[in-house]
Design a protein around this ligand. Sequence first.
Ligand SMILES: [Zn+2]
Length: 334
Amino acid sequence: MTKIKVILSLFVFLLLISCNNKEAQIITVNGKIPASEIGKTLHHEHLLVDFIGADSTGYHRWDKDKVVEKVLPYLIEIKKLGYKTLVECTPEYLGRDPELLKILSEKSGIQIITNVGYYSAVGARFIPKHGFTETAEELAKRWIYQAKNGIEKSGVYPGFIKIAVERKPLEAINRKVVEAACITHKETGLVNMSHTGFAVPAFQQIDILKEFGVHPSAFIWTHAHNEKDFNKAVKAAKMGVWIAYDNFKPERLERFVEFSLLMKKEGLLNKLLFSHDAGWYKPGQPDGGIFRGFTEIEGLLIPALLENNFTQDDIDLLFIQNPAEAFKVKIRLI
Ligand SMILES: [Zn+2]
């Protein structure tokens, strides 16, 4: 009798888990999939970035066939290494091209996630004219429209919010995009990845989240490796913020490992995300310029972590479970 009870409760437990997994979804350029299908993920990369500025960029700036020819081998390369998903972090007015991403995803078999939101760093030169005159609510309305109806007529839906603020105390335009991201999150459940860097603007953004009743776990502190004081990132992670060490380069190996060991010691590995912030095809340069591939984490960082007593479960947490949890569609309120 007891045995039957145990088996029965185990069955109910497994059923509940599978139901929960079914509910949690991520949005790729080819549609929604269960978050559990995200697989090994690079959570911050770029396939194409156009730096000409919001007033001059547009799809006329690149030839999709030529971009595919150049970029596809780099996606096939990571597919062979076991990666399943790449999060493409180029925002609108900086070269986001949903149709191109869809082609590259279909041809490579890599799941790609794109975004909605504006980049207000670098003197706000990637903010379109209406970004300066409209309110946070009006900007959010545009972003929510894309989340609900797709991007233009591409049939592609954004899977996260991408914004950027200056690497110093927030200015009015930075504050406005953060507020618009909060409003959009509350309506759509898309996570907010914010190009941030240092701790000062990171904690200012956490305060804005609080004002809007949004939980810190809806915020990815992007480029957190730029902050010299590890303790600031630990503090934010304890609040629930995702800490993104996302510009891995060989010369940063020691620092990335040191920070990982600290996060492990603090029991915060479940809040850490890694990527290269690499790529990317640059319109206007011959053959798109020099493209940085996405293999240094596999070649250097993961082996170094394993040498420092990280287990395969830790690696799976960092590259599979954490991205699944961060990018799943869920409204996160305080
Ligand atoms: Zn980036």
